[in-house]
Design a protein around this ligand. Structure first.
Ligand code: HEC
Length: 139
């Protein structure tokens, strides 16, 4: 009987753990469509922009539903390649902390931006390597 109770407890803990995982939606269609971008996002961007893509108010801007991101895909590619430090208004709120550069190649930059343009229900379309190859890496 005691063993059974312990078993139930483990099951309950696993269920709670799984709800935690529900916050990392691997069933987001963007994960399968842009696997390299999803990998980079989860390794690097989550720390600030969060798994939800909602960022942190007054510190890190949202990528989910971001008017700023949707307005200029190429600017977003430049930001992950070279970093960004300028006041910006995203969905009506001002952000001005520096974002360090995140990736070393144009391909990785395109992959992760195509991911965020389409994750969390975003419908931002895509950008090609061809469109961004003139961006100079400045460090
Ligand atoms: C250390 C925290 C941090 C990390 C890691 C980070 N960012 Fe940012 N991000 C910021 C900050 C801060 C800004 C605002 C920068 C500014 O004001 O110049 C920003 C702005 C942006 C913007 C433009 C604003 C918007 O919300 O549309 C995009 C796009 C973006 N980041 C994408 C990414 C991607 C993709 C990654 C991962 C490859 C990433 N960021 C990693 C902190 C971060």
């Amino acid at each position: 009987m005691k063993k059974y109770a312990i078993f139930l407890m483990i099951l309950a803990m696993a269920a709670i753990g799984n709800q935690g995982f529900a916050l990392t939606p691997d069933d987001d269609p963007a994960d399968a469509k842009f696997p390299n971008g999803a990998k980079i996002y989860k390794a690097k961007c989550v720390a600030c922009h969060q798994l939800t893509g909602l960022g942190i108010p007054n510190a890190f801007p949202p990528l989910k539903g971001s008017d700023y991101l949707m307005a200029d895909k190429k600017r977003a590619v430049r930001q992950v390649l070279n970093g960004s430090h300028e006041p910006m208004t995203v969905n009506g709120a001002v952000y001005n902390l520096p974002m360090p550069f995140q990736v070393d190649t144009h391909q990785d930059a395109v992959d992760v931006i195509n991911y965020v343009l389409n994750a969390w229900g975003n419908k931002g379309g895509t950008i090609t390597l061809e469109e961004v190859k003139d961006i100079k890496i400045v460090r």
